[in-house]
Design a protein around this ligand. Structure first.
Ligand code: BGC
Length: 467
């Protein structure tokens, strides 16, 4: 069935049959790919049930693929106020941001500094990584001539699983997204940051909050929208947090009444049936067996899943048979999939141009339609798994979806990937009918910057500092 004007493989098969062009072998292959990446309504429903079991286990401290990490902060009230420096570590860039909160639900980003993290630093030692961070803060301060007051408050967005006992410290549980810096797992990342900034003479800075990027997204949106109770990232990696009753977080030692944000670390959810391409991709990563859902959804991996399928097709001469084509590992990125899927022209000329740029000349219309169909099949599964995950989190809080929920979403995949959002919305309708309308998916820009400033402000008011 054609989905929302975008062909998936079944539509391509149909078109090829119409032209009498497809060989039986190709048709069988496409059917099998379609089956391997199908994620039916029934699959989504089953996933919601199993996700709930995993959430419950994680909250109680039992074995679970969902870590369910308490964030030691509640959402914002909109009244938070002040100037903050925010750090954002978690993707290919490290960012330093100066943020001003006016106490009336408005946040202003005054300055942003973006620093590309060299591969050697990402995969070197922890000391190198934190020195790089401190050095970048120093550059930022000098570039914008920022006067640091005594005890300038800093919020640190650290987009990896951290075990927190309070808002100003956290122990790295494991790296994700290709980071492997040594000596950080098991250490308190705030301490590592403080040691590094002291070396660079930045003693005036005081770390006021440590938060995951999902928590930042939720905090940033809730600063202006009191219905916001979920924060999600669909970017290089994927994850979600939500607002939980502290009484439900059974693993907390001394729970006080009220609410707290919980970071699910859903990228590690492991109960989705994988196919041979998922398994092959997983084996080639530096964290095999981990982040299995992330590897089916997020920007760091989707392109590679598609490349593995395409490589099989090239080998069997189902695609690009008349041309010299090879996609080597890491060459086909998620942004290339997005470009391919964005081509709405009849002759698929954008795709043709892209392939020519790679030296793949003389492609046929069939080649290009197949390429687009493969991308669509894989991104569609990603969006439907995402929808099931969103549904799981929202129905955990509100089984019948009676209340309004604003879901704050940040990340390039959500922002830029053609039809990703639409496919999620359609799948949520498939699951919940009209009730899905009360769950509003909104994009939040710069959640990691503004959000962690809001978290620092909430924490500075003495709320939820530690439980
Ligand atoms: C990390 C999460 C993070 C997500 C999005 C995942 O790989 O484990 O902590 O929130 O990426 O950046």
């Amino acid at each position: 069935m054609a989905m929302y004007g975008q062909p998936d493989l079944r539509e391509v098969i149909f078109a090829l049959e119409g032209d009498g062009m497809a060989s039986q072998k190709l048709r069988d292959f496409l059917e099998s790919i379609n089956g391997k990446f199908d994620f039916t309504t029934e699959d989504m429903r089953r996933m919601v049930q199993s996700f709930h079991l995993e959430m419950g286990n994680g909250l109680s401290g039992r074995k679970s693929s969902l870590k369910m990490l308490p964030a030691f902060v509640d959402r914002a009230t909109g009244k938070e106020k002040g100037h903050f420096v925010a750090l954002d570590l978690g993707g290919t860039n490290f960012r330093v941001i100066q943020v001003e909160l006016d106490g009336r639900g408005h946040a202003r980003v005054n300055h942003t500094g973006k620093f590309v993290i060299p591969n050697a630093v990402m995969r070197g030692t922890g000391t190198q990584l934190f020195n790089f961070i401190a050095q970048s803060i120093e550059k930022f301060i000098l570039r914008y001539e920022i006067e640091l007051e005594k005890k300038s408050k800093l919020g640190f967005t650290f987009s990896f699983p951290i075990d927190q006992k309070n808002i100003v410290s956290g122990i790295l549980i494991n790296w994700t997204k290709g980071f492997t810096a040594t000596g950080v797992i098991g250490a308190n990342v705030v301490k590592l940051l403080e040691e590094a900034i002291r070396k660079y003479g930045l003693e005036n800075i005081q770390v006021a909050a440590l938060a995951n990027d999902t928590v930042g997204a939720l905090a940033a949106k809730s600063y202006e929208d009191p219905d916001c109770d979920v924060g999600i990232i669909f970017g290089t990696g994927t994850n979600a947090c939500y607002r939980e009753k502290t009484a439900n977080i059974l693993k907390l030692k001394n729970p006080v009444s009220g609410h707290m944000i919980v970071n699910t670390e859903w990228g590690n959810y492991s109960k989705i049936k994988s196919n041979e391409y998922d398994d092959k991709l997983d084996r080639a990563t530096n964290n095999p067996g981990r982040q299995r859902m992330e590897k089916m959804i997020s920007g760091m991996y989707l392109g590679e899943v598609a490349r593995l399928v395409l490589s099989d097709m090239i080998r069997s001469k189902f695609i690009f048979a008349g041309c010299k084509a090879r996609f080597s590992k890491g060459n086909f990125k998620t942004r290339h999939m997005a470009l391919v899927e964005s081509d709405k022209s009849k002759d698929l000329i954008k795709i043709e141009g892209y392939l020519e740029g790679l030296g793949i000349l003389d492609t046929t219309h069939e080649d290009r339609a197949l390429l687009k169909g493969v991308c669509r099949t894989i991104s569609r599964r990603a969006a439907r798994i995402s929808a099931a995950a969103i549904s799981s989190v929202v129905t955990w809080m509100d089984p019948k979806l009676r209340a309004k929920h604003t879901v704050a979403i940040d990340g390039t995949l959500y922002e830029k990937y053609p039809n990703f959002r639409r496919t999620i919305v359609a799948a949520l309708r498939e699951l919940h009918g009209d009730a899905a309308k009360r769950t509003k998916l909104t994009q939040v820009k710069d959640g990691s910057g503004i959000g962690v400033a809001v978290v620092a402000a909430v924490a500075s008011r003495g709320k939820s500092r530690s439980v």
